[in-house]
Design a binder for this molecule. Structure first.
Ligand SMILES: Nc1ncnc2c1ncn2[C@@H]1O[C@H](COP(=O)(O)OP(=O)(O)OP(=O)(O)O)[C@@H](O)[C@H]1O
Ligand SMILES: [Mg+2]
Length: 574
């Protein structure tokens, strides 16, 4: 029961500490993760801003160049010189631009280098041309597939003569090479790349060439993207998250992406660049940190668990000791009551013999007192006789007094002191007490004491009384033997696991056949001045200890008395 309680306490402690460690781990880890995401986004924002600035700069430069051209008379007139200027400009910028052209006020291409086939083509219906016609401002077209099959964007600058619209001068830019220059170079971590959409939501650039020119909503169907795209289509800058589905090895993987978007402002229109990295880049940075954190938290867990276990154990031990102390007190109290009860029981057994035992000296005293009264009636009383009578009265009175004194001692409810008792020490003490008497009576004592006997819980003084009586009885029984034969042996041994046995053996007259139990009866004595109470009191004391006292014939000669005492827990060795 106690062990189960302990287990429950220890398991609960371990769970509580583990939960605290997981909680702290999660807190720190999430903090580090959001810091890593912020850092990643800062890096992505730098790339996005640089690309946007590069693209804006490119268009601004060409707008300026074309503005200069559009102000030239030769260009306004679109004469031979004008055509020569256009051709020269194309030839010097062949690597940057695909075509250079002049469109008349009706929207028909008049000159085109190097693509002369385009001359005569009517572009008046195109959105960017219509916008330019309306606003007289430079315009950038949507990306479109040119006749040559190249993905292109056109930049038109209006040609104005005063306020009169005279068409436009413009360039065609290979959008792919432009994107390559500014967007393809963007690589963040393992997975980060840029993509760009037009104001209309057409994919202008992604590293997946198939998607270019298509509407973003047609290629990326994930709903989480729409909030981000909405913000991008409003020309805003910011950060966002979206999930993207990728099919790899026939498995659909959902990848969370962290993105930064930034607008590219191009006069009449704008594009929007998005730089996005997948979650695994954030985790890549965090892996070492997370592992170290996990190790630290594990160490915390073990230290915490060890300290709490020690604390809990100390607390349990203290509780247990308190409980043991209480139950020991309880046992002692019960024994004490038991001892008292058995003595009270004995009073009942004694009462019959007691009346007899006390009435005898009292009767003797009474008749002696009468005799003394009669003597005193003589004119000359015999003083010697009177002295004898008074001597007898005193002796009888003393005997009656002794009976009463012994009984009072037995029946008195004194505190029985159950204390740790080493039986061998008890034997040695008693033999020491009786040493001079044993010497006087010529008794040789031999002891055979077993080592390492358990410590008993017993009343030392009461057991001394028992042993003194056993040794004295043995001496009395050997009084008529020759001195050399007066041998007394006291033995201690462990009987089984939980009983300590003390045996007192003598070589005296022995106990008559059939009287082995009778000797324990109160007032049974074979001695002239014996009270016959020693053994009965001894048995009461031993019974109160939960033990037994019995007599046996000594196989050689004499009697043996065996005193058996139970080992009370806690059990230690002496
Ligand atoms: N070792 C023994 N050998 C032979 N007889 C014994 C021995 N011990 C006791 N007895 C007998 O048992 C009787 C009762 O002994 P018990 O000790 O009760 O009383 P007691 O010695 O006669 O008187 P007291 O009350 O003073 O002890 C003894 O008188 C004796 O006859
Ligand atoms: Mg005796």
């Amino acid at each position: 029961m106690l062990n189960t309680n302990r287990k429950i306490i220890f398991i609960s402690l371990a769970i509580a500490i583990a939960a605290a460690c997981v909680f702290v781990f999660e807190g720190i880890y999430q903090e580090a993760k959001s810091a890593a995401i912020t850092k990643l986004n800062q890096q992505q924002a730098i790339y996005a801003r640089q690309a946007a600035r590069g693209l804006e700069e490119f268009f601004a430069t060409w707008t300026r160049n074309l503005n200069v051209l559009s102000g030239m008379n030769a260009i306004i007139a679109d004469d031979r010189e004008g055509k020569a200027i256009l051709k020269l400009l194309y030839e010097t910028n062949e690597v940057r631009i695909t075509e250079i052209f002049r469109v008349d006020e009706k929207g028909v291409i008049r000159d085109d280098f190097p693509d002369s086939d385009a001359v005569g083509l009517d572009i008046s219906h195109r959105k960017h041309f219509i916008a330019m016609l309306r606003d007289h401002k430079p315009t950038v077209s949507e990306a479109f597939r040119s006749i040559e099959g190249v993905d292109s964007v056109a930049l038109h600058v209006p040609v104005l003569q005063g306020t009169e619209f005279k068409g436009s001068v413009g360039i065609l830019i290979d959008f792919n090479s432009l994107a390559k220059r500014y967007l393809d170079v963007i690589k963040v971590g393992e997975t980060g790349y840029a993509w760009m959409i037009s104001r209309e939501g057409t994919t202008l650039y992604t590293p997946v060439p198939d998607f270019i020119g298509k509407s973003l909503s047609a290629v990326e169907k994930d709903a989480s993207l729409s909030a981000l795209v909405n913000a991008m289509l409003q020309g805003r800058e910011g950060t966002g998250e979206y999930t993207s589905q990728r099919i790899r090895d026939q498995h659909v993987n959902t990848i969370r992406k962290y993105a930064v978007y930034f607008p590219v402002r191009l006069g009449n229109t704008f594009w929007s660049i998005c730089v996005a990295s997948s979650e695994q880049d954030v985790f890549a940075d965090l892996t070492t940190f997370r592992n170290k954190l996990a190790v630290t938290m594990s160490i915390f867990f073990f230290i915490g668990a060890a300290l709490s276990t020690l604390g809990a154990r100390a607390w349990l031990i203290a509780k247990e000791q308190e409980k043991n102390a209480r139950s020991e007190l309880e046992i002692a109290r019960q024994r004490h009551q038991l001892a008292h009860l058995s003595r009270v029981n004995m009073l009942g057994e004694l009462s019959g013999s007691l009346v007899h035992e006390l009435s005898q000296p009292l009767t003797a005293i009474l008749s002696n007192a009468h005799a003394a009264q009669l003597l005193l009636e003589h004119s000359e009383p015999d003083l010697n006789q009177l002295r004898d009578i008074l001597g007898d009265i005193t002796a009888d009175d003393e005997r009656a007094g002794e009976v009463i004194r012994r009984l009072r001692q037995l029946l008195k409810r004194g505190e029985v002191q159950f204390q740790p008792l080493r039986v061998n020490e008890l034997v040695e003490e008693v033999l020491k007490l009786l040493r001079s008497e044993l010497l006087d009576r010529g008794v040789t004592v031999q002891t055979k004491l077993a080592p390492k006997l358990p410590v008993l819980q017993a009343d030392r003084v009461q057991l001394q009384q028992v042993l003194i009586n056993l040794v004295t009885n043995a001496c009395d029984a050997m009084a008529d033997m020759p001195r050399a034969a007066r041998a007394l042996t006291v033995r201690t041994e462990l009987d089984g696991d939980d009983v300590v046995l003390i045996s007192v053996c003598d070589a005296g007259t022995g106990i008559a056949e059939g009287k082995l139990e009778q000797v324990f009866e109160p007032f049974f004595s074979s001695k002239a001045n014996g009270m016959g109470l020693g053994l009965s009191i001894s048995r009461t004391i031993v019974n109160a200890h939960g033990g037994r006292l019995r007599a046996e014939h000594n196989p050689v000669r004499g009697a043996m008395f065996h005193l058996m005492l139970p080992v009370s827990p806690p059990r230690t060795t002496q």
